[in-house]
Design a protein around this ligand. Structure first.
Ligand code: SAH
Length: 215
C-alpha cells in the first residue's frame, strides 16, 4: 500500500469508529485518522491495521481495537496541557493517540522488549511528548505524579490504589475492570466528595500482571 492509501484507510477507519462509538468527540476521531496504526504492528499485519480489530504485538500481548481506543480516550477526555499516565504501553499506539490530545504522556510497560520497540516507533514518528518506562505500572510513576488523568490498558479485578493516589483532585481514572470475558470500562472522577465511578461499555483486555519481565 502507498502512503496515501494508508491515509485513506485511516479516514475510513475513523468513520467506522464514529459509528461504533456514539458521541465520540471529533478530536478523538481526528487523532485516530492521524496516527499511522500500521506502524505499531509487524509488516505482515499491515493489510489488517485499519480494520476495527485487535492485533497481536508479540509476547502474548495485543494492540486494542480502534473503537476500544476511541472509547477509552473519549472517557479519559485528555486536554491539551494535561499530563497523562498510561499503564500498559504495549505497542505505543494508545500513547501516540494521547500524545496528540494531551501535553505530556508518561507510560509504563512491564515487558522491557515491548517498551524498547514502542520507544523506537514513537521516535521514528517524531512523537516527542511521550516518556516510556519499563516496570510494574501497578505502582504508577510517583516521581511524575500528580497526573490529570490515568489510563489503564490491562484488566484487573481491582485497580491498584497507588494509581488513584496519583490523580489530582478533579482528575480522571479510566480502566478495564473484571477478569476474562467479564470486563467493563470504568471511568472514575476524583470529585470533592471522593471517587465517583461510572460504568461504560464491556471490553476485552489482556490482564494486568504482577512484576516485570518475560511474558
Ligand atoms: N495500550 C497498548 C495495548 C495494551 S496491551 C497499545 O496501545 O498497544 C496491555 C499491555 O499492558 C501489555 O503490553 C502488557 O505487557 C502490559 N502490562 C500488563 N501488566 C502490566 C503492569 N503491571 N505494568 C505495566 N504494564 C503491564
Amino acid at each position: 500500500m502507498t502512503p496515501s492509501r494508508f491515509a485513506a484507510a485511516r479516514c475510513r477507519m475513523a468513520r467506522v469508529v464514529a459509528r461504533a462509538v456514539p458521541a465520540c468527540p471529533e478530536r478523538v476521531l481526528e487523532a485516530l485518522a492521524r496516527v499511522p496504526r500500521h506502524r505499531f504492528v509487524d509488516e505482515a499485519l499491515w493489510p489488517r491495521a485499519y480494520r476495527d480489530e485487535a492485533l497481536p504485538i508479540g509476547h502474548g500481548q495485543t494492540i486494542s481495537k480502534p473503537s476500544t481506543v476511541a472509547r477509552m480516550t473519549a472517557a479519559l477526555d485528555p486536554r491539551p496541557r494535561e499530563r497523562i499516565l498510561e499503564v500498559g504501553t504495549g505497542s505505543g499506539y494508545q500513547a501516540a493517540v494521547l500524545a496528540l490530545l494531551a501535553g505530556a504522556v508518561f507510560t509504563v510497560e512491564r515487558i522491557p522488549a515491548l517498551a524498547v520497540r514502542a520507544r523506537t516507533r514513537l521516535n521514528r514518528l517524531g512523537i516527542q511528548n511521550v516518556e516510556i518506562r519499563p516496570g510494574d505500572g501497578r505502582v504508577g510513576w510517583p516521581e511524575q505524579a500528580p497526573f490529570d488523568a490515568v489510563l489503564v490498558t490491562a484488566a484487573a479485578a481491582r485497580v491498584p490504589s497507588s494509581l488513584f493516589e496519583q490523580v489530582r483532585r478533579g482528575g480522571r481514572l479510566v480502566a478495564p475492570v473484571g477478569e476474562g470475558e467479564d470486563q467493563r470500562i470504568v471511568c472514575w472522577i476524583h470529585a470533592r466528595e471522593g471517587w465517583m465511578p461510572q460504568e461504560l461499555d464491556s471490553c476485552r483486555f489482556v490482564p494486568l500482571r504482577e512484576g516485570t519481565g518475560g511474558r
